[in-house]
Design a protein around this ligand. Sequence first.
Ligand SMILES: *[C@@H]1O[C@H](CO)[C@@H](O)[C@H](O)[C@H]1NC(C)=O
Length: 282
Amino acid sequence: MASCASLLLLLALLATSASTSLAGNFYQDVDITWGDGRAKILNNGQLLTLSLDKYSGSGFQSKDQYVYGKFDMQLKLVPGNSAGTVTTFYLSSQGAAHDEIDLEFLGNLSGDPYVLHTNVYSQGKGNREQQFYLWFDPTKDFHTYSILWNPRHIVIYVDGTSIREFRNRESVGVPYPKSQATRVYSSLWDAEDWATRGGLVKTDWSQAPFTAAFGNYNANGCVWPSGASSCSSGTSNSWMWEEFDATSLKKLRWVQKNYMIYNYCTDVKRFPQGLPPECFAS
Ligand SMILES: *[C@@H]1O[C@H](CO)[C@@H](O)[C@H](O)[C@H]1NC(C)=O
């Protein structure tokens, strides 16, 4: 009887804490989904490495599914000649009308900069690319990449600096991700046909296996379907109502001015009928 009661208490505690999970243990938080041994969890769950060779890449996904959350991952990217390799960290739901928030790190020749390629899909529609250089060498150390997704906006952060905002513009008819459960995914794969200046530079397989490392995964989100109600109110989810203050806006402008190399919102040639409505300030 006593153990039954304490089990119920434990379950109740687990249920109330469904919206917050403490900094990560990869054994508990993710499933390795492909790569046939090329993905490895190390250091008691504190470190995960993905590798890529001529035959396969590798990847993992979160065990939990979310609608809204703040997701942090530390990454140390493939060093040296990484041209053709793509390391990803993204959120995605399933199906043709899926929602997706993408960070894709496009490798490069030794000494040439990585490109951080970002995109946002809502209800199956993407074409919202923005690309950035980073202000540091992402292969030397771990850096923190974050996705904030709440009812007001989606923000991508690099080491706490906002680099991209996608605001909820349902008011002007732009679908916003809000009702499809997403998982967190990461992968390392080869995309030499498009990632390297349109296929001009090929992957140098003599450097294989290529390895990227992941750490400090932290998902602080609304777990779906079970935890959905725990996220509709409450003060513990400070990310839920986070909006930009003057400092975040200043940082965003600094990055966009100095490090953004492509922005679909300024690509007028690509949208002869007019830029998408979310590109205009409200
Ligand atoms: C690689 O480096 C070149 C030269 O600096 C740069 O133009 C390009 O954007 C970089 N990224 C990729 C993915 O080719």
